[in-house]
Design a protein around this ligand. Structure first.
Ligand code: MCA
Ligand code: AMP
Length: 508
């Protein structure tokens, strides 16, 4: 039997004793242990009655065991559904109702609320904590390490990752074994990963960046990673002499630059720094190069497409661009109104096609159809151009989206929650430039004059409904919102008006 993704991972293992993961608390996981434990957990999942094609949702802290859970799902044919640990129960309810997982794996902390919710949807609940404890691991201990992988073809689903919708409900992006494998192999080759690499892994593992780009690339290279619970600049700097590469969001690099410990000596053993998930300012790129001698390699991707473009390993890594289309990926720019393909240097909609592009949105055929062209190109919602050298430049977004520290926040979702608060007349949520996070979620609110509402009241309500990273960093009260002649709120005017909000505060 063949399992498209895991067979390739097995094929990359040079020797069972090679190290796959080292954790901050001193655990060392060899590739042999990875195969044994992902097999044991696959056995446990199977024994719980999960069958090929069933969804397994996971809201667990970052740990080596959590990665074993992901691999266990790949091996037993389940579809892995990772969930941000910051999601509130109110947010989880939607994902569980929509994806209908057979099994939810959760941190033991706060599992009671989740169990009550899961029972509504007939899902089983098992636990896994950040130290590798919990009921799932107890079940796995009784299983054999020689799990026989389920047969999965290239086109079978390996994962569903939810990406928020610009106009309403979150959409589950269905990713196949081939989507994940093809992208991992392409990135390995583009970025020259080998078994000698050791990656500093400080990203969360519930999104594409930390789960697929970082982890799958390491797996198909037979390389190793230093798995950190979160990004801490001092800790990361201390590890650089033991590592060769790092992947991060721009905020990682901004924060490293603020640290006096970032010196050429400290990075001497590193061969590559990669950035993505949000725009890396050209200033940050230049400052990092001046300080360390390293040109950060910026790449561009999406949950729906994995990675699309990358600056070259050998050629020029041009600040402010996201580089060239990856091998096997086609990128084009089209006119926003007519859909016609535009020539070099003309700005329009970025569209992509390739083995990396997802299969569609879970149970949303109309939305899927709306975002694909007839010839198979996916419409990204990002605006950009391709320069005469073939480098892609992202110049904006057509979708109303805020990217804060690499997390995506859809204003519509935050606006809907604020609008429901008693005393609020209306609001607009925008992204405002922020030196640390790139953009900061900012709410402009019109309240009823006699409501007495203040910033704290609104945040106090929102924090029970929305993950904390989605909460506005500032709430501004105004008498009315700027509108155009059609009555539409002019977010561009608001963004302009408040563009110095965070800079001015920082200078006070
Ligand atoms: C944490 N907080 C944030 C963010 N992160 N607020 C806004 N934006 C954020 N990104 C809030 C917390 O809720 C908390 O609020 C307070 O800030 C401090 O939390 P803490 O955990 O200490 O934050 P941190 O450690 O400073 O985290 C910042 C971070 C982290 C390191 C930038 O957000 C991070 O690791 N981001 C990476 C995201 C990522 O992997 N994105 C990839 C998506 P309070 O005090 O109120 O509790 S995949 C993707 O985009 C595509 C496909 C791609 O191309 O990769
Ligand atoms: P996600 O919802 O996590 O899939 O976020 C994907 C979006 O992040 C893309 O559509 C882009 O808008 C943005 N993005 C990812 N990488 C970059 C980058 N290097 N530069 C600019 N934007 C990026």
């Amino acid at each position: 039997m063949s399992n498209h993704l895991f067979d390739a991972i097995r094929h990359s293992i040079a020797c069972d004793d090679a190290i796959f993961i080292e954790t901050a608390d001193g655990q060392r996981w060899t590739y042999g242990a990875m195969v044994e434990w992902s097999g044991r957990i696959a056995g446990a999942i199977d024994a719980l009655g999960v069958r090929s094609g069933d969804r397994v949702a996971a809201q667990v802290e970052k740990s080596a065991h959590a990665l074993m859970l992901y691999l266990a799902c790949v091996r037993c044919g389940a579809i892995y559904l990772p969930l941000n640990t910051a999601y509130t129960l109110a947010e989880l309810d939607y994902f569980i109702a929509d994806a209908e997982p057979r099994l939810i794996v959760a941190d033991p902390k706060g599992v009671d609320g989740l169990k009550a919710m899961a029972s509504k949807y007939g899902a089983l609940v098992e636990t896994l904590d950040e130290h590798g404890g919990g009921s799932l691991v107890e079940l796995a201990k009784d299983q054999s390490g020689d799990f026989v992988d389920a047969s999965r073809s290239a086109d079978d689903l390996a994962a569903i990752l939810y990406t928020s919708g610009t106009t309403g409900r979150s959409k589950g992006a269905m990713l196949t074994h081939e989507n994940l494998l093809s992208n991992a192999l392409t990135l390995r080759d583009s970025w020259r990963f080998t078994a000698n690499d050791r990656l500093i892994h400080a990203l969360p593992i519930f999104h594409t960046h930390g789960l697929f780009v970082a982890t799958n690339v390491i797996l198909v290279s037979g390389a190793s990673m230093l798995l950190l619970p979160k990004f801490d600049p001092a800790e990361v700097l201390g590890l650089m002499e033991h590592a060769t590469t790092m992947m991060g969001v721009p905020t990682f690099y901004v924060r490293l630059l603020q640290h006096a410990g970032l010196t050429p000596d400290v990075v001497a053993r590193m061969r590559l720094f990669i950035s993505g998930s949000a725009p890396l300012l050209a200033d940050t790129h230049r400052a990092f190069q001046q300080r360390t001698g390293h040109a950060i390699l910026e790449r561009y991707g999406m949950t729906e497409t994995n990675m699309n473009t990358s600056n070259p390993y050998d050629g020029d890594r041009i600040a402010g661009t996201v580089g060239l289309p990856l091998q096997g990926v086609s990128v084009r720019v089209t006119d926003l109104k007519t859909g016609d393909i535009l020539g070099g240097d003309e700005t329009g909609m970025i569209e992509v096609k390739g083995p990396n592009v997802f299969k569609g949105y879970w149970r949303m055929p109309e939305k899927t159809q709306a975002e694909f062209r007839d010839d198979g190109f996916f419409v990204t919602g990002d605006l950009g151009k391709i320069d005469p050298q073939g480098y892609v430049h992202i110049v904006g977004r057509e979708k109303d989206l805020v990217i804060s520290g690499g997390y995506n926040i859809y204003p519509k979702e935050v606006e809907s929650e604020i609008d429901q608060i008693a005393g609020v007349v209306e609001c607009a949520v925008i992204g405002v430039s922020h030196s640390d996070l790139g953009e900061a979620v900012t709410a402009v609110v019109v309240k009823q004059p006699d409501s007495g509402l203040d910033e704290r009241d609104i945040l106090g309500t929102l924090c029970h409904r929305l993950a904390r990273y989605k909460l506005p960093k500032r709430i501004i009260f105004v008498d009315e919102l700027a509108r155009n002649t059609m009555g539409k709120v002019q977010k561009n005017v608001l963004r302009e008006e408040y563009r110095d909000l965070y800079t001015v505060r920082a200078n006070l």
